[in-house]
Ligand binder design. Structure first.
Ligand code: F0G
Length: 313
């Protein structure tokens, strides 16, 4: 079982893989400004690449539901940050209208160039496994762009004859925000949006994924599956990864590994499978959720005696 840590990217999440391509395309197409709606990471990444490209950035965030580190990044890198009194799905509708009316370049994962960049997660995973294709790739699913992009990349590799098998694409959502899981489990022809998604993993708090059709295709064609995990399972896995493996990720990212645990226990995933979990964003993205789970530092006077007593030594 491997955790591919996307928190190592410049802005601390996998979004950079697509955003560098998306912003480069915006410049090539002569666009004068760029925009996105975001649960946080997309906005942070767009702010970073927009700053370097020297192009104005507008980001729409669901008010009160974006982790602190992500808002800090969007603000510091100079984006115009708008906090919407509505959830991500509404913010996305609004930014689409805005971009259409004002000729602004939309950089959500409806943008095909972003998904082209995100394909590299799959290429790199195979490269890092010395050319071997994992049996399964497990990703947290929100707007469903990433899992669809990785699948597209791997299908292309296979069509070009570089690989001779495909990993089972497996999507994990949070219990309170699981429209894709429902569609897979109930074998629905399409994803039915959820009106009020809710989860501690705010990055994937999305009820109406824009890449719904693509994710159903990716999961079904690769004989993968989808399941949900509870907020408790997500947070427990966030702590386990941090404390047992030294892997610091944000809650949405822990969802993929928590999903593997659940599916192994349910007998859906075989213990012999070689699995790559994509852990999508860094622990520091959401310090508030971290602090809430941990005991505060032990206060101590600046003497050896107090230190020994604090350490109970
Ligand atoms: N993990 C993290 C940390 C994310 O930020 C996201 C999406 C996902 C997983 C899910 O990826 O949407 O391609 O299925 N974040 C978006 C954002 C929605 O605005 O930052 P997806």
């Amino acid at each position: 079982l491997y955790a591919k840590h996307e928190g190592m990217n410049p802005s601390g999440s996998f979004k950079d893989r697509g955003m560098t391509v998306g912003v480069s395309m915006a410049l090539q197409l002569g666009m004068k400004s760029v925009a996105c709606a975001s649960t946080g990471n997309t906005s942070a990444s767009l702010a970073v690449y927009g700053a370097k490209a020297g192009i104005p950035v507008i980001v729409l965030l669901p008010s009160g539901k974006v982790a602190l580190g992500k808002v800090a990044q969007a603000l510091m890198h100079g984006a115009k940050v708008i906090s919407i009194n509505g959830n991500f799905d509404r913010a996305l509708e609004m930014v689409r209208d805005l971009c259409e009316t004002k000729g602004i370049y939309l950089l959500n994962s409806v943008n095909p160039y972003r998904l082209e960049g995100q394909k590299t997660i799959g290429f790199e995973a195979i490269d890092q496994l010395n050319g071997e294709v994992p049996d399964r790739m497990v990703l947290p699913v929100g707007n469903a762009g990433n899992i669809s992009a990785v699948y597209k990349g791997l299908i292309e590799l296979s069509e070009l004859g570089f690989v001779d098998k495909m990993p089972m694409m497996t999507g994990i959502q949070a219990e309170g925000s699981q429209p894709v899981v429902r569609a897979i489990k109930e074998n629905l022809p399409e994803v039915i949006p959820e009106g009020s998604p809710e989860t501690v993993a705010t990055a994937i708090r999305i009820g109406a994924p824009v890449n719904a059709e693509k994710v159903l295709h990716a999961i079904r064609m690769s004989k993968g599956t989808a399941d949900f995990v509870t907020d408790e399972e997500i947070l427990a896995m966030q702590r386990d990864l941090a404390q047992k493996e030294g892997i610091g990720v944000e809650p949405a990212s822990a969802a993929s590994v928590a999903g593997v645990k659940k599916l192994v226990e349910a007998g859906v995933i075989d213990r012999d499978e070689r699995i790559v979990c994509v852990v999508t964003g860094h622990l520091l993205k959401d310090p508030e959720t971290v602090i809430k789970q941990c005991a505060p530092p032990i206060e101590c006077d600046a003497t050896l005696e107090s230190l020994l007593s604090a350490l109970q030594l």
